[in-house]
Write a protein that binds this ligand. Structure first.
Ligand code: NAI
Length: 418
């Protein structure tokens, strides 16, 4: 049955239809196993009263082979009509005029949040002494910033026009090598910032998390990244004053009434369960995550910063290959959960692929539709497996007591440990 939206609230039937894209390369191997695990956990939790009705939709090489197009309109329609879906990795087609399929899907459904939870699983090898202190959820803005793709290559007539406009109409004088420069535009809007930061704050409040940190480079890019910080604080103070206390307000009180009063009001806010909204410059943030990761909980950041941050934090918990992700529009409800790695052409067909990135994305999907029991079962099964050294070889070879398993063996073990 179809998931429906009613006055901004998602109505989930007991047997929701969920479209899935199998994915290219290792996609087939991991998707089949992940569906089996999700189905088993749901069956174990609800004894047959709830069940996902999987609907395959085409994208990538499989779509190109079967219907002659990389991303058929029916696939986008299916995600639009059914609200949520899950996808394996897709080959980025090579050639002029063909967009990344992942980017195309995000744009078509205006999935403005790239959500990346990062935590450590005991047993997984990591470069940190205390990886257990890392537990963050990244809200990366997905539609704006320098990633909007507004660029002109050096030497083209377009870039000459842009140069002419900048120099002659805008009075720009500091382009160091004007004639060989390419140009890119970085749009960052108040609306774009607000919907992202609002989602992050609502998530922190709902999940009773201690803080939301706005990560930015507003010290250098005053109006774009600095705008993000300012609009983020304004939004928190305007819409969430009952549930949050901001660092911005803390600093104001410090000036108005002195440090002691500011600390007193901070302590009072935290004791009464308010979420602390703070900000940090992106480079300091990257240092701090290594030195004192326990200071961060929910992160709200722009597109480019978010790209770097997601990979660094995933690497810190040894999980770059198993990090889950989702692209979400919290306003319309649309969400696509996805493996964050690529198609791994070097290990296709060898039964070596690690299914955990897609599996943990499936866990995010279960949480999103509020099927918490099976989500918990899978997570604790993985916790037990990793603790005992069971993993696919990409992880097992770095584990102290690693016992490498194939994709299918590992997946069977996840089901056994549910
Ligand atoms: P990749 O992530 O496919 O592979 C990089 C390395 O990680 C390889 O050695 C691979 O064997 C390993 N690896 C990746 N996933 C693994 C898994 N689940 N288990 C075990 N090992 C794994 O990145 P690459 O080679 O740069 O890209 C290959 C293709 O995938 C390209 O067409 C690229 O555009 C696409 N891609 C798609 C993404 C997506 O759909 N979200 C993301 C990244 C790349």
């Amino acid at each position: 049955m179809q998931i429906k939206m009613n006055k901004g609230k998602m109505i989930i039937p007991d047997n929701p239809t969920i479209p899935f894209i199998e994915g290219d390369g290792i996609g087939k191997e991991i998707t089949t196993q992940v569906q089996k695990i999700l189905d088993s956990a749901i069956e174990k939790s609800y004894s047959g009263t709830k069940k996902i009705d999987w609907l395959e939709v085409l994208a990538g090489e499989k779509a190109f082979t079967e219907v002659g197009t990389w991303l058929p309109a029916q696939t986008i329609d299916a995600f639009r009509n059914h609200f949520i879906g899950i996808k394996g990795p897709l080959t980025t087609p090579v050639g002029e005029g063909i967009r990344s399929l992942n980017v195309a899907l995000r744009q078509e459904l205006d999935l403005y949040v790239c959500l990346r939870p990062v935590r450590w699983f005991r047993g997984v090898a990591t470069p940190l002494l205390h990886p257990e202190k890392v537990n963050v959820t990244i809200f990366r803005e997905n539609t704006e910033d320098i990633y909007a793709g507004i660029e002109w290559a050096a030497g083209t007539s377009e870039s000459k026009k842009v140069l002419d406009f900048l120099q002659n109409e805008m009075g720009v004088k500091n382009i160091r090598f004007p004639n060989s420069s390419s140009f890119g535009i970085k749009p960052v809007s108040r609306e774009g910032t607000e919907r992202l930061v609002r989602s992050a704050i609502e998530y922190a409040i709902e999940n009773q998390l201690p803080s939301v940190t706005l990560v930015h480079k507003g010290n250098i890019m005053k109006f774009t990244e600095g705008g993000f910080k300012k609009w983020g604080y304004d939004l928190a103070e305007r819409e969430f004053s009952d549930n949050t206390f901001t660092e911005h307000r803390f600093n104001q009180i410090k000036v108005e009434k002195g440090l002691n009063k500011a600390v007193e009001m901070y302590n009072h806010a935290i004791e009464s369960g308010k979420v602390f909204i703070k900000d940090v410059i992106a480079d300091a943030f990257l240092q701090n995550t290594l030195l004192k990761p326990e200071e961060y909980s929910v992160i709200a950041t722009l597109n480019l910063n978010g790209d770097y941050i997601s990979d660094q934090l995933a690497a810190m918990v040894g999980g770059i290959g198993i990090a889950p992700g989702a692209n979400i529009n919290y306003l319309s409800g649309h969400a696509i959960f996805e493996a964050t790695h690529g198609t791994a052409p070097d290990i296709v067909g060898k039964n070596l692929a690690n299914p955990c990135s897609l599996l943990l994305s499936g866990v995010m999907m279960l949480n999103y539709i509020e099927w918490y029991e099976p989500a918990k079962l899978i997570t604790s099964s993985l916790e037990k497996l990793f603790k005992n050294g069971y993993a696919t070889s990409d992880l097992a070879r770095f584990m102290e007591d690693g016992k490498p398993l194939s994709t299918s063996e590992f997946s069977s073990k996840v089901i056994e440990y549910l």
